[in-house]
Design a protein around this ligand. Sequence first.
Ligand code: PEP
Length: 253
Amino acid sequence: MARRKLIAGNWKMNCLKADGVALAKAVASRYKAAGQPRYDMLMCPPFVLIPAIVEAAAGSGVAVGAQDCHAQEKGAHTGDTSAWMLKDAGCGYVIVGHSERRTNHAETDEIVKAKAAAGLAAGLKVIICIGETLAERDAGQTLDVNRRQLHGSLPDAATPANTVIAYEPVWAIGTGRTASPEQAQEVHAMIRAELTGRYGAAAAQEYRILYGGSMNAKNAAELLAQTDIDGGLIGGAALKVDDFMAVGEGSPK
Ligand code: PEP
């Protein structure tokens, strides 16, 4: 079956309100003007901008998501934000397990799985990030590391309708160094094979598996043409409207 591509922007810790709203409005109007694009679009701004970006994107069909959530619904967790709060603020998605969270906040697969479960319980779609470091790739551990992270991070309630996997080789994030289409496809094919083992072939064919790591207007089309690459999780290029839109507009039919 044809999987609808998802072009997702991870703004990370960028944009003050005026710049973020201007970016979101430009993306929203370009997406809406395109009629019914053959791809889904998502913007994931910093927490504090979410209400403004939800308003800026309203009626355009572009979804808004968050970059993280806490695993609990509420309580004494100073500085944290729950998935239920994100849903309440108008988010449709939450990213969990980004390598910057895994590295900077010591998030383990177990923590990522709990956060993903919370996102699903709150009614959000979750994007679960996995990916190997350069040292792991050089040591020939790429498939094993991604397999372990995949199974360790997937919550029991995951389905193709509510969960997206993002393969993001750590060495390609924010470095300008992109996985070759063949390198990315090899890992995506392994992920789909693991999903087949876990959920059966029909469900596995419906899961969307995104590539992330220095994806941009120039390299996106070739990556998105790979059999098992169903979209992109885009950092730097998502902050420039022309670059971000070009990824979606250039994606193969
Ligand atoms: C990301 O933040 O998930 C990412 C892939 O960043 P970049 O596109 O800048 O490498």
